[in-house]
Design a protein around this ligand. Sequence first.
Ligand code: TXA
Ligand code: MG
Length: 318
Amino acid sequence: MTAIRPSAQEIAQAAAVLRAGRLVAFPTESVYGLGADATQDAAVARIFEAKGRPRFNPLIVHVPDITAADAIGVLSPVALKLARAFWPGPLTLVIPMRAEARISDLVTAGLDTIAIRVPSHPVARELLVAAGCPIAAPSANISGRVSATTAAHVHADFGDQDVLVLDGGATQHGMESTIVDASTASLKLLRPGAIATEDIVTVAGAPLVVAHGDAARPSAPGQLESHYAPNAAVRLNVRDPRPDEALLAFGPDVPPHAGPVINLSPTGNTTEAAIGLFAALRTLDASGCLSIAVMPIPESGLGEAINDRLRRAAAPRP
Ligand code: TXA
Ligand code: MG
């Protein structure tokens, strides 16, 4: 399979669009991001409008390297250790923001910390270099809905809006970055993600306190109870799907089922399952079923992140 890559000319055009204060959706190794120049208030405001995202939910800033991250926020020794081990890659660090950082207040939603990451996807990296500004980017989906792992998903959500979409093919991990709050002495896991929690603990050499999502007072403001929601209802830990349901299967022992079935990993591999999760939710949803039944998925490896997303997809909708 040849990798889909925008031309140098398309990257240059996208960089110009960003600098002009407009939105560019671009691939990262985790999911597609809906990007704006993080230093321009009006540009960042467009992200919230396009997604229908509550203003109290802060954004992740993408930068090309550790030096650029250090210019915006303060990396503690353990944060630096994590950055050196996992950047570029799908780890987001929440750190204290520097007073002199020229980041729009809308990005941090008024917090004195900032979420930063250095993506590894070549298209994201080329765009960051060409644009020459930090890029604020949430996942490129309508707020509360399923994240986008292909350019087609982005078009489905934002096709009627003023968004330039860079197509870099399907994303490598299919799952958002792991978010670690390294702004205080004890590291906190704000969101499980594409890097398994145990790998972060190993490098940090310190335990991670799990910040449990409290719907009323979320620790990561975006950790709202209902999120990643398809149109269909979602039922978890199902071994006996109803005939009228679509089935999101996992592992080798799939019950016989007449309706639509997608198996996230016939061998029972959670890394493989994470890659296909969001695309599978979108595809099963498009079958028009009223309910998606999900087989049990173990908590090991990326299962923790998968189950986090599925619990939110199944949560009561507002
Ligand atoms: O993989 C990813 O992280 C993707 C790609 C595009 O980079 N981005 C992404 O962004 O998933 P988003 O907006 O869907 O999720 C960002 C999360 C939200 O839950 C938000 O509340 C949290 O990061 N966040 C941002 N800044 C924060 C801060 N200062 N303190 C705590 N949480 C923060
Ligand atoms: Mg998101």
